[in-house]
Write a protein that binds this ligand. Structure first.
Ligand code: AMP
Length: 396
């Protein structure tokens, strides 16, 4: 069985074609700059990165480029589109309705559309991908897998905000959480690696990429997570502030005459590592500058790690302990120094890492000392594999 996994951004379409017999990726690439020519199809052959100019004025054209690449040319991996059993789509916001992966029909599309306001950067792009796929592969089942679903079983006291209840009742304002597919994958995978049923484990998963979030996973369920009503809450991110006193946006608007739109931009696009360092949202740049003595960059790193530490402490408290701590995504997988700073002076919690073992990038590895009560692991995330598995499960 072959499953195509699609992840659409506003101007990009990432795809992976899985052969589910061996859970192997047989075709993979990205269409970039959709709608702003020149558009490109980017893929690799034998570790060589190939970039071809293509015509992709919209997601439907981009999807046709993908199908053409899978069928024809130097990257041909299937001989007919009939070999594609289903398409799995990554959808960021499933709201309260979608607690599980779902077969897409017009009613489901209308429901997803209702959440567009809550994820304006992501959901409309995901819907464009769905429509493109339905147009080009009209007889193939389409499945939506939601970033919010893994967090949908949080207890009420964790997902509600202490504002008048009518805002939840009337407008569904609550914590939803994001990166669910990633938190789910690494939690499952680490349970396998430590050789215990996930139902018996208390796990904290740190997804540290350009967007960052952290989850408390108890008995296989996400019981709390740092992102909230939108992906702005929680940890410090590349350009997002994460937690702050809610009076600050009000102050900016009342006293400094910023509009709601301005504040949205400041908190989502100008804050985080970029706001503190005053030059980059990319942790690689920030760390390099810190090493060269840039004080703002040092502060950005300190604040980034300090916030993660605070969350680890609070999540250990709500779960009454901790068995496994996991790092994943761009920073979590590739920055040993950040992992080391986060885990420093955490022995009271039973976290001890071996700095030698920690000194590597991008692989699955345990980094805790043999006598560390809490096992600490680095697990490269694989959201596409979860989407492919869920899609295959749903159509079987
Ligand atoms: P992501 O959103 O998961 O792609 O992560 C992006 C973040 O990971 C950026 O802050 C990068 O600086 C950081 N990062 C560090 N090392 C790497 C690496 N080798 N490859 C990709 N991202 C990296």
């Amino acid at each position: 069985m072959k499953i195509l996994v699609v992840n659409c951004g506003s101007s990009s379409l990432k795809y992976q074609l899985f052969d589910m017999e061996k859970e192997e990726v047989i075709g993979k690439g990205t269409v970039e700059r959709i709608g702003t020519p020149p558009s490109y199809l980017v893929y690799s052959i034998n570790a060589e990165k190939i970039r071809k100019e293509v015509s992709a004025d919209n997601h439907t054209e981009a999807f046709k480029v993908v199908i053409d690449a899978l069928l024809n040319g130097d990257k041909s991996v299937i001989s007919s589109i009939d070999e594609i059993s289903a398409v799995g789509h990554r959808i960021v916001h499933g709201g309260e309705r979608f607690k599980e992966p779902t077969i897409i029909d017009e009613e489901v599309i209308a429901e997803i559309e209702k959440n567009n306001e809550l994820a304006p950067l992501h959901n409309p792009a995901g819907l464009s991908g769905i429509r493109a796929s339905m147009e080009v592969l009209s007889s193939v089942p389409q499945i939506a897998v939601f970033d919010t679903s893994f967090h949908s079983k949080m207890p009420r006291y964790a997902y509600l905000y202490a504002i008048p209840m009518r805002f939840y009742r009337d407008y569904r304002i609550r914590r939803y959480g994001f990166h669910g597919t990633s938190h789910y994958y690494v939690a499952q995978r680490v349970a396998e690696l430590v050789g215990k049923p996930i139902e018996e484990l208390k796990i904290i998963t740190c997804h540290l990429g350009n967007g960052c979030s952290i989850s408390a996973v108890k008995g296989g369920r996400s019981v709390d997570t740092s992102m909230g009503f939108t992906p702005l809450e929680g940890l410090i991110m590349g350009t997002r502030s994460g937690d702050l006193d809610p009076a600050i946006p009000l102050y900016l608007m009342r006293n400094l005459n910023y509009t709601a739109e301005d504040v949205d931009n400041i908190l989502n696009k100008e804050s985080g590592l970029l706001g503190i360092s005053e030059f980059s949202n990319d942790m690689r740049d920030v760390m390099k500058a810190a090493e060269e003595g840039n004080q703002n960059a040092k502060l950005a790193m300190e604040m980034f790690c300090y916030r993660i530490k605070k969350y680890i402490g609070s999540y250990a408290a709500i779960m009454n302990g901790l068995d496994v701590l996991v790092f994943t995504a761009g920073i979590g997988e590739n920055e040993p120094e950040i992992r080391a700073i986060v885990c420093q002076d955490m022995d009271y919690l039973g976290i001890n890492i071996d700095l030698q073992r920690n000194n590597f990038k991008g692989q699955e590895r345990e980094i805790s000392t043999p006598n560390s009560k809490v096992k600490v692991w680095v697990i490269p995330t694989n959201e596409e594999l979860v989407i492919a598995r869920e899609t295959a499960r749903l159509i079987s």
